[in-house]
Design a protein around this ligand. Structure first.
Ligand code: ADP
Ligand code: GN1
Ligand code: MG
Length: 378
């Protein structure tokens, strides 16, 4: 296969290629190309960085280098086990964190001997997911936001995403606007709901923190055979931003009763037990650092990020599937997958709207259960 020839060139930058036992595509990420490389006694993850998404792969690798070092040192400092506390980058034989092969950027990690889930109905697992997202925040307390390169500008700037969405409608590059009238109208009706978090950030009512920005379930590594979350992976989008998006993004995907690309919209609804479990894990870990103003926006994080994703998928469908590029299989069997994903997310937006009171109550009741002291966090 052609990709294998290319992969051997990359492997040569790191290891002796003669020792490779097998190579295969790996994982369910939507952005990078991920491969598992097996040697007789070790396994590595090789990833080609998506250059359409990340204009500066060197900037991405710079951030990942800083963050993984910081987390490892912090864990050692705290006397905890540093193995699997974060990703471990392997250096090329030239001592770099990445390799450039045929003008493309690659990186290599040790393969964490764990498991990621694309979905779960297991409350304990999702509670652990909440703990992991919260703990990430704790681990990076003290890491200065200014150290990081802003690799995707305006990544979770929802009003900016709305502007881009409107531009795509105007341009109608793939001539698809006509078939998306209903979805376009749905999003436009909610235009005034998009700026609550960005406004709070701009007005400094909530802090800009170093956040993960992509807390979907399969970006959380669990220990095999145990319901224990080890760490967050997929650190490409770690930049400054708001904690409430990290909370919301995890619920958006993980607490839905349907997968993100489910076509049967009747199945798209909220699993409230999962929301409760995640919220508990997340708040237990963050209760000493989260600000009261952030707590007030947790529900909005869930709502706005879901609207944002619906809009991002639709924008990309209108642009001709450039960002969330389709695989060969998808081109054949799911050519409208980005429209389907958009419809799915917009249905979820409706569900969140309908259940607003219930969701806010879950947050309130969880705060009481975990003994959160409001006065401390104002
Ligand atoms: P993408 O940006 O495309 O989502 P990810 O970095 O999330 O790429 O990787 C895709 C999948 O590959 C993950 O969901 C996970 O299952 C697996 N993976 C990534 N890095 C590692 C690692 N170091 N060890 C084990 N599995 C990994
Ligand atoms: C992408 O890389 P991955 O698959 O973990 C995307 C996220 C979306 C998610 C939707 C850099 O995440 O923002 O929420 O797909 N990552 C980037 O599934 O755009
Ligand atoms: Mg991922």
């Amino acid at each position: 296969m052609d990709y294998k020839r290319q992969l051997y060139k990359v492997i040569k930058e790191y290891f002796n290629p003669n020792k490779v036992v097998s190579i295969r595509p790996y994982g369910g990420g939507l952005i990078n190309s991920t491969f598992l490389v097996e040697f007789p006694d070790t396994r590595y993850i090789l990833q080609k960085v998506n250059e359409y998404v990340f204009a500066s792969p060197i900037g991405v690798m710079y951030n990942i280098g800083l963050i993984t070092n910081y987390i490892r040192k912090k864990v050692i400092y705290e006397g905890k086990n540093y193995r699997n506390a974060t990703l471990t980058l392997i250096q090329t034989i030239c001592g770099e964190n990445f390799a450039i092969v045929d003008e493309e950027y690659w990186r290599c990690y040790t393969c964490i001997d764990g498991i990621t889930y694309d979905s779960t109905t297991d409350i304990e697992i999702f509670y652990e997911a909440g703990r992991a997202v919260g703990q990430f925040q704790q681990l990076l307390e003290g890491f200065h936001t200014r150290l990081l390169t802003d690799n995707i500008k305006n990544f979770h700037n929802t009003p900016y995403r709305y502007e881009k969405f409107q531009e795509s409608i105007k341009l109608d590059l793939a001539k698809r606007v006509k078939e998306c009238q209903e979805e376009i109208a749905f999003i436009k009706e909610r235009a005034d709901k998009m700026n609550k978090i960005t406004k709070a950030l701009e007005e400094e009512k909530i802090p800009k923190r170093v956040v993960h920005n992509d807390t979907k379930l399969n970006n959380i590594m669990f220990a095999k055979g145990q319901k224990h979350a080890m760490c967050l992976i997929d650190l490409d989008t770690v930049m400054k931003g708001s904690l409430v998006y990290d909370y919301g993004d995890a619920l958006r995907l993980g607490a839905s009763n349907a997968k993100e690309d489910e076509i049967d919209l009747a199945k798209v609804s909220i699993n409230f037990d999962l929301v409760e479990a995640f919220t508990k894990g997340f708040l237990e870990e963050t209760k000493d650092i989260i600000k009261e103003a952030e707590i007030q926006l947790l529900f909005d994080g869930y709502y706005i990020i879901t609207l944002e994703l619906g809009m991002r998928f639709l924008t990309d469908f209108l642009d001709g599937d450039k960002y969330f590029a389709l695989t060969i299989e998808q081109k054949k069997h799911r050519p409208k997958i980005n429209l389907e994903r958009a419809k799915n997310q917009l249905k979820l937006v409706l569900e969140i709207e309908k259940n607003q009171t219930k969701l806010k109550n879950i947050i309130k009741e969880t705060l009481i259960k975990i003994g959160y002291e409001r006065e401390k966090n104002e």
